[in-house]
Design a protein around this ligand. Sequence first.
Ligand code: GLN
Length: 478
Amino acid sequence: MKLNELTIRQAYEGLKNKEFSSVDLTKACLERIKERNKDINAFISVFEDSALLEAAKADKMIADGQQQILTGIPFAVKDAIDTLDLRSTGSAKILDNYIPPFEATVISKIRAQGAVLLGKNNCDAFGHGASNENSMYGPVANPHDLTKVAGGSSGGSAAAVADHQCIFSIAEDTGGSIRQPASFCGIVGLRPSYGRNSRYGIMPMASSLDTVGPMGKTVEDIAILMEVMAGQDTKDATSVVDEVPKYTENLNNKNKFVIGLPKEYFEAEGMEAETRKIVEDKIKKIQEDKNLQVEFKEVSLPYTKYGIPVYYIIVPSEDSSNLGRIDGVRYGVRSEEAKDLYNIYAKSRGEGFPEEVKRRIMVGTYSLSSGYYDAYYSKAQKVRTLIIEDFNQAFAQVDLLITPTSPFTAFEIGSKKDDVMAMYLADVFVSPSSVAGLPGISIYVGKDSKNLPVGMQIIAPRLGEEKLLNFASLVENV
Ligand code: GLN
C-alpha cells in the first residue's frame, strides 16, 4: 500500500512506530496531486512549501512525544472555508485574490494538532450546485470515470480523498454537499447536526442550514475527526453547548437497532432501478447478518416531496442576503471597468459570480421582497416545520433511517448543466434532512454496472451522531 492510500488510523500508527515520517507521507500526497490534478482538478490551490514545513514540524512534535491523533496527517479543505493567510476563493472569481486574515474554527482545531494542510479543494461556487460544474475554476472529474462528475458542491473534497491525494478532507454541507459527492466518489462523508460544529469561518450560504463536516475513507476516520471538530464556539452563536461524546469509543457496539425505511425514498420518481437494488441488497445483507441485532420497519415521511421546493426557497433567500457582503469594495476582485460606485457593485458581481450564484441571488431577493415574503419565504418556513415533524414522528418509532444517498450514480459531465431543475432534483434524498437540521452520513455500498460507486445514507435524530457512527461502523463492512 502506498503511503497516500492510508487511513487516518493507519497513518497515525505508522507515524507512531516510526515506519515513515510526516514528510514522507506529505510528499506522497503532493506527488499524487501533481500527477492527477490536471485530469481531476480537485485542487484550486496547493501549498507545497508550507505543507512540507508543517510536516517537518509535525515530525519534531512526534519525536518530542507530542503526537496527537492528527499530528502529521496531510489533509485538504474545501475552498469555501477560510484558512488563515492562505488563499480561499470559494471557487468564484470575485474572491480569486482573497487571503483571509482569520481561519475557520474547525480548521484551527485540526491544525492545532499538527495536521498538514496540503491545499484547497475545488467546489461549486460558494457551495451552489450538485455536480461541481458551477465552479469558476472548471469542473472536477470523478476518479472512477473521468467523463463523470464528482458530485457537488464538495466535488473536489470527495475526489481528492477517493483518489488518495490526501488522507481526509473537510467540507461544507448545506443541502447534501458532503453526502452526495461522497456517494458519487465511493467514500464516507458526514453532515453533522446543525450546530454540532462551529461554522465560524465557513463562507455562509444559507445560515439556517449550513454545516461543516468531515470526508474520509472509513467511518472510524470520520469519528476521529468529529471528536476534534465538534463543540461549542463563542464565535458561532448557533453552536450547541452539549458535551461532545466520545465517538471513537462507541464504534462497533453490537446494540439492538430499529431502522426505518422511508417508503417515499424508495419509490421516488427518477430513481435508477440499479441504484435502488444495490442499496436494498445491502439492507438485506444487514438483515441476514447473524452477528447484528437490526430490525427494519417501513415508515412514511409524507412531506418528503416538499423537501426540494422548501429548500430552494429558503436557501436562495438566505443566500441573497449573505452574498451581499461580497461586493468588490473592501476585499476581493473589483472590476477594472467599474468607474463609479454603482458599477463597482454591478460589474464586480457580474463578472465575479457564476450564473447559478446570480440565479439564487435573484430568486432569493424576489422571495424576500415585500408582497412575496408571506407567499414564499414565510410559507416555506411553515412547511419546513411540517418536515421536521415528519422526522419527529418517524424517530418516535425507530432509531435511525436508511435511504439511498442519491437517486442515481455519477452522471456525465455536461449532461445536466443547463437543466436547472434536473440539477436541483439530484438533492431529493439529502434536502429534507438538511432542512430539518439532522445529521446524515453516506457510506459506500457497492458499484453499479457502469463501475460507479453507490452510497447509502443513514439519518439520525438531531445530535444523534454517536448512534449514527456506531451503526455506520457496524454495517460498513457487512
Ligand atoms: N446541491 C445543493 C445546492 O445546490 C447543495 C448545497 C450544499 O450543500 N452546499 O444547494
